[in-house]
Design a protein around this ligand. Structure first.
Ligand code: GLC
Length: 623
């Protein structure tokens, strides 16, 4: 025990001055700070010995410059517990499948207690220390995490810190008029202040939940609700809110969680006269959270969900000396990727990747094609304007394209089609957006030409994954994408979901479809096995570590993206054809022979041919 204390003290000592400074700057409350430190120690002492060992190893690795999330071997998958396997126990029983997918980071979508129909897919938490009854118990979670660890799998969960459900105990007590609890949210007895906020605060769900406040007739007050009316924004000006949320965070860390996706983090500080996004105090809070984690549970990571324009994203990494998040979603790259699919023009994507590649290598992005949310068309419209694209018209083009209205085979639905701005976002699974759903339907209807369409859609789907695995950072798959899961339209029949088209890509895992993996010609096999091969290449080649040199390569064709990577003398070049026609990458790398990592063929890297939606991973030969 004495030794444990020393370790805790040492970690606390390292951060105490800065932590105290930031805390006092925000709250000017010494006794609450002292309480925070006491509780941190308590959580540390309660932490399971295995987890503490894990921390110890990871802390040492990070200090030696090889943090566990900076290698080339992480592959994530995000999934809904109920859709995937019913319960947490069910997930545990299916870990063999997770391993078959080569996945070692399992992001369990929100599973904490929520109220049916008022859950926003689990993002309206009514108890941070209880698992949703249908999904299991906290014990099941700790058991699952432990089993995952034994199998080399890390567990990620959402920490929904911007708001609680209106059914959370704090909200219930606030609604009952308890001042102490009302001060944990933003309450206003008339519309004066809410109106002032509305002048500067944009809307997150303009159609499904317009406005940023909700009137509560029972108590004659407005409450701030940036997201849905049942998600009450927490008031982080109140140190009690910060402290209690940190205790919740540490409690969950002690269940064995490795990665916390800090949900909607840019929104956590509100200030009249601002957009209430990305305010300075948000960074203070994230920095404090990072230090708290490094003191109590240094093995864990903070993954920031910052769905913002690029210049707002990178600051969430903090600085090298004072880091905030360990990892951030590569959100603009994701949206730009789909823009590239629709336009077959890689110029904007190349520019976006150049921006990412110019960032310090310590900044690790999480790359993805799809997640549980809609795709917002947050692109660099200044750049696009120079190419003749106008923002509003272009968004409409993208939506029409992915709806399949351009005579193409993409399928999906609009999301929050804003009647005022004419702006809409987009929903659909990767497979459906790539055209697999439409082609398969055509085939079922006896249309043989769809065979070619299907082959092309599959090529696009695989190429997009190959490109995503090649980016700088760590990749994460959206569950079902590995077997080309299509859109699920059944949400329209569910009154709780019908308004929210994001459910179109939140369908149940189709375990029967997995049976088709036995048939090499099935669509599932034609996606699953190529992905498995790419994953193997990535995890066995050091050149894919997160701190490799990565740059874009000029290819002389606007439909072909080139990416180079180099690490400790090993060099690979990835070429990706975003067009449905065969193309040539007009390049000439004269530094030796190259080997195609997929076919094993040796070749010169001069004017490389690429089939429609084809790609190549080319490695410079050692000799
Ligand atoms: C995040 C989630 C999204 C949710 C929102 C509100 O953006 O990804 O699904 O609706 O937070 O919690």
């Amino acid at each position: 025990m004495g030794e444990d204390r020393t370790l805790f003290d040492r970690r606390l000592e390292k951060h105490r001055d800065e932590l105290r400074w930031l805390y006092m700057e925000l709250y000017d409350n010494g006794s609450m700070f002292a309480e925070l430190c006491d509780r941190m120690e308590q959580f540390y002492l309660e932490r399971d010995a295995k987890l503490r060992d894990r921390d110890h190893v990871r802390e040492a690795e990070a200090e030696a410059g090889s943090a566990w999330y900076k290698g080339n071997d992480l592959l994530g998958m995000m999934l809904y517990v109920d859709n995937f396997a019913g319960t947490l126990k069910g997930v545990e029983e299916r870990l063999d499948y997770i391993q078959k997918c080569n996945v070692n980071v399992l992001h369990l979508m929100p599973f904490l207690k929520t109220e049916k129909g008022k859950s926003d897919g689990g993002y309206a938490v009514s108890d941070f220390r209880r698992v949703n009854d249908e999904l299991g118990t906290m014990k099941d979670l700790a058991h699952l995490a432990n089993t995952c660890h034994e199998k080399g799998i890390n567990v990620c969960m959402d920490f929904v810190m911007n708001h609680t459900s209106e059914c959370h105990e704090w909200a219930r007590r606030a609604r009952a008029g308890e001042g102490e609890y009302m001060s944990r949210y933003f309450f206003y007895e008339n519309e004066t202040i809410p109106r002032q906020f509305e002048q500067t605060v944009p809307q997150v769900f303009p159609t499904t939940a317009p406005g940023n406040f909700t009137w509560l007739p029972q108590i004659g007050h407005y409450v701030m609700t940036t997201f849905y009316p049942y998600q009450w924004d927490l008031n982080y000006r109140n140190p009690r809110v910060f402290n209690e949320m940190m205790y919740n965070f540490l409690y969950l860390a002690n269940q064995g969680i490795d990665i916390f996706r800090i949900d909607a983090v840019p929104y956590i500080w509100k200030e009249l006269g601002t957009s209430c996004r990305n305010l300075r105090q948000v960074h203070t809070i994230v920095r404090m959270m990072r230090m708290i984690a490094e003191i109590v549970c240094p093995g864990i990571l903070l993954l920031g969900e910052v769905v913002m324009e690029p210049e707002k994203v990178a600051p969430y990494f903090g600085t090298i000396e004072k880091p905030e998040c360990h990892m951030l979603y590569n959100v603009t790259t994701m949206a730009t990727t789909w823009h590239t699919v629709a336009t077959r023009d890689v110029r904007l994507l190349k520019k976006q990747l150049d921006t990412i590649c110019a960032l310090p290598k310590d900044y690790v992005f999480l790359n993805y094609l799809r997640c549980h949310d809609d795709i917002g068309w947050g692109l660099d419209y200044d750049f696009l304007a120079r190419q003749g694209f106008e923002e509003c018209a272009h968004k409409q083009y993208l939506n029409a394209y992915f709806l399949g209205k351009a005579g193409n085979s993409s399928r999906g639905e609009l999301y929050n089609d804003d009647p005022v701005t004419g702006d809409a976002r987009f929903c659909g699974t990767t497979a459906s957006m790539c055209g697999i759903e439409a082609a398969e339907r055509g085939l079922r209807q006896g249309c043989p030409k769809e065979e070619t369409e299907l082959a092309q859609a599959i090529s696009l789907d695989v190429m997009l994954h190959a490109y995503m695995f090649f980016l700088s950072g760590n990749p994460i798959l959206y569950s079902g994408d590995e077997v080309a899961q299509k859109n699920d339209y059944s949400y329209r029949e569910d009154p709780w979901k019908a308004d929210d088209s994001r459910y179109i890509h939140r369908g149940r895992m189709d375990w029967e479809a997995l049976e088709r993996l036995k048939d090499a010609d099935s669509t599932e096999s034609r996606i699953f096995y190529p992905l498995a091969r790419l994953e193997e290449i990535r995890r066995t080649s050091k050149v894919f570590v997160t701190n490799a040199d990565v740059w874009t390569v000029e290819t002389g064709d606007d439909s072909v993206l080139g990416i180079g990577r180099c690490f400790e003398g090993e060099k690979v070049v990835g070429l990706f054809n975003f067009c449905e026609n065969d193309k040539t990458a007009w390049i000439s790398e004269t530094d030796g022979m190259y080997e195609d990592l997929l076919s094993g063929v040796r070749m010169q890297m001069v004017n490389v041919k690429l089939p429609a939606y084809g790609f190549r991973y080319l490695r410079r030969c050692a000799c």
